[in-house]
Design a protein around this ligand. Structure first.
Ligand code: 6R9
Length: 666
């Protein structure tokens, strides 16, 4: 018997690209043809968008799968590509970063100034004994120095490991130890939710447990009191005093650029390793192609944190390698008010906005009138990343932010893929609300059943990637075996049951469920670990959540399968109502019944939730992904598992308290 995912929902709305945008788009339909005709030649052409100190001899070496090498023999410096070459091309006065601090302080950094900062930081790293191949941990708020620190590491060939500025002592020290880092770059603190939030005390505690750390470089941002040891150096007393002259040396295309840890659901975090030439090729190309980036005129803003892969690829390496002008914002979207994002878009005339479904759904909850008060006419492209975007959230984004003019690009990718893999092209694709549509040119994604057979259109299963791609992870830091087990042993030549075949038979397992609709467009259905088994049917959490969000009273929802004596598992839904919805007493009970019926009507009786809880918030990771595992604990009356990556630990108390009734306190 082959196991597939049910395909319950259908979507008929479709939005072709605006004509003027399509006519002037950076990438047109012929890119798919070119990549299909010769995939390696296509990627070589994209690699040529970069400046190489030495040209590669071979595009791809896949002779030792699953360990890929791209642009073998080539040499380049990433920081040179992101900074120096724009200054050399006469763009020194162009703004690289419009930085907006949460309290309202601002900085404008041109490419020439960025070059000075990165050169000074590179000289300081060298003074502190950092050489090519050393690991540097970065634990910082969203300030320009975070990007400068990453670029300075890249410039001297040190491998950076950025750790979210919200993570605990334990999370930070585990990551420092795993990578055996020599230096930490941090700050006294940053501003979040209207207050300074300290970082240095966490670093102090972590460093006390990590003998490999020789120095700690500290940016002064908040002016908070800090404890000081002889390992600590102020940024302004070192970097800002250093020589602004620094000549970037080229590194091998496969030189390690960064490690970024993903937590996963079990076990210790995986250090995902990315290297130089292939990574920058795809990050840079996708930034330009998927956002139709026109560096001369666009103002781009990605709302992610640099502690997330989105911040690496689409705040630092993608935009800067293209010479873009971008906005960088330090704080939260509701400080000082819930209109902060739209104020920023209006102030800087942002033309390309890249954000996450969690934020879109939060904005829906806060109400349409907030963005309605702002001039958002500068926007021309909207992006989404991080989770499946529910069709109704997509429509809300299109109508209330894009004002029905701007294409939306829903971009599927992972820390492991390094850059975007499945996404519409804004000048080519007629988009469907909620679908990431098709693999980008040069990428081969597919949906397969449990025997690795491609499912037909209309079918659901597992998302896989069939051919190596330039920005793919190279391994898990220090653990090749886990790399093979996690990503390559489920299907194809890497699977235990198969006799290792040709190198082209290796199949990458992404860990996500997906389906193909009748036209072959791809719909992402969430992590396969979250799939529910209801009376013998595999049902994705995403489809039920999207059905709930399509009800006018719902802003956001999370669905889990809880053990059930009759159906094996039963659907328990946690729902955040929209801002103005009455959930008191009878109104709340009626809403509850309505919602269960609404799901049954939209997807069929099999998907009808057993229980719906109205809650004020949902547990999320720092990058905004819903932590269904914790909700499952609540639904099955267990004590909570690991909560270390939870963004706001008070949320679970609120939800557990609410389990008795069905009221929302918001
Ligand atoms: C970039 C990033 C990766 C996981 C991925 C998937 C989910 C990301 C998505 C999406 C549906 C999208 N995901 N983008 N699901 N549609 N457009 O988020 O990396 O933090 O490693 O997470 O996020 O489940 O497997 P990362």
């Amino acid at each position: 018997m082959s196991e597939t995912l049910e395909n319950l929902s259908s979507e008929t709305r479709q939005f072709p690209p605006p004509e003027a945008l399509a006519a002037d788009a950076n990438v047109k339909a012929d890119a798919y043809e070119a990549a299909n005709a010769d995939r390696l030649a296509f990627w070589a052409e994209q690699a040529d968008r970069l400046t190489w100190a030495k040209k590669w001899d071979q595009v791809l070496d896949w002779s030792n799968p699953p360990f890929a090498k791209w642009f073998i023999g080539g040499e380049l410096n990433i920081a040179y590509n992101c900074v120096d070459r724009h200054v050399e091309a006469g763009q020194g006065e162009k703004v690289a970063i419009h930085w907006e601090g949460e309290p309202g302080d601002t900085r404008t950094i041109t490419y020439a100034e960025l070059l000075t900062l990165v050169s000074q930081a590179a000289n300081t790293l060298t003074d502190l004994g950092i050489t090519a191949g050393d690991r540097v941990a970065i634990y910082m708020p969203m300030i320009p120095e975070a990007a400068v620190a990453m670029l300075a590491c890249a410039r001297v060939g040190a491998t950076h490991s950025v750790v979210f500025g919200g993570f605990s002592v334990d999370a930070l020290s585990t990551r420092i130890k795993d990578a055996d880092a020599k230096l930490v770059i941090t700050a006294d603190g940053g501003y979040r939710r209207g207050k300074p939030s300290a970082l240095k005390p966490t670093v102090d505690e972590a460093v006390a447990q990590c003998p490999s750390i020789e120095n700690v470089l500290v940016v002064r941002r908040t002016g908070q009191d800090v404890a000081w040891t002889d390992k600590d150096k102020w940024w302004h007393e070192t970097v800002e005093q250093a020589s602004p002259e620094h000549k970037a040396q080229p590194f091998d295309s496969e030189h390690p650029l960064f490690i970024l840890y993903t937590s996963g659901t079990t076990g210790k975090p995986k250090g995902i390793l990315h290297t130089t030439g292939g990574y920058l090729t795809q990050a840079s190309y996708t930034q330009w192609a998927v956002f139709d980036l026109k560096p001369e005129t666009d103002v781009y803003w990605c709302t992610a944190d640099i502690g997330w892969v989105t911040g690496h690829s689409y705040i630092v390496y993608g935009p800067l390698s293209n010479g873009a002008t971008q906005v960088m914002y330090e704080g939260t979207p509701d400080t000082p008010g819930r209109d902060r994002f739209w104020q920023i878009v209006d102030k800087y005339k942002v033309s390309i906005l890249y954000t996450a479904p969690t934020l879109i759904r939060t904005m829906m909850k806060w109400g349409d009138d907030i963005p309605a008060g702002y001039d958002l006419s500068s926007l021309r492209i909207l992006g989404s990343v991080g989770e499946p975007i529910n069709p109704e959230a997509w429509m809300w984004y299109r109508e209330n932010i894009g004002r029905e003019r701007t294409p939306i690009v829903d971009t599927w990718w992972q820390t492991e893929t390094g850059s975007m893999m499945i996404s519409p092209l804004p000048g080519v694709t007629a988009t469907k609300p909620g679908s990431a549509m098709t693999p980008l040119p040069g990428i081969s994604a597919d949906v397969v059943d449990d025997t690795a057979q491609s499912v037909p259109n209309g079918g659901g299963g597992f998302l896989v990637l069939r051919d190596p791609w330039p920005s793919m992870l190279r391994t898990i830091w220090g653990d090749d075996k886990r790399f093979i087990d996690t990503y390559w042993s489920r299907f194809g030549a890497g699977a235990e049951s198969s006799s290792a075949g040709a190198s082209s038979d290796w199949i990458y397992f992404a860990g996500d469920g997906a389906k193909k609709d009748e036209d072959g467009a791809l719909w992402l259905l969430g992590r396969v670990d979250d799939v529910m088994l209801i009376s013998g049917h595999n049902i994705s959490t995403t489809e039920v959540e999207s059905a709930l969000v399509s009800h006018p009273s719902v802003a956001e929802s999370a669905v889990v399968g809880a053990t059930d004596p009759t159906t094996g598992q039963a659907i328990v839904a946690f729902v955040i109502p929209r801002g103005n919805v009455d959930t008191e007493g009878e109104a709340g009970e009626k809403l509850n019944v309505d919602l269960r019926n609404h799901v049954a009507k939209t997807l069929g009786p099999i998907a009808k939730p057993r229980q719906i809880m109205l809650v004020p918030e949902l547990p999320k990771t720092r990058s905004g992904k819903i932590m269904r595992r914790l909700l499952k604990d609540v639904a099955e009356n267990r004590s909570l598992g690991d909560v270390t990556t939870l963004q706001d630990s008070a949320v679970m108390d609120l939800i557990s308290k609410g389990m008795g009734g069905s009221k929302s306190e918001d």
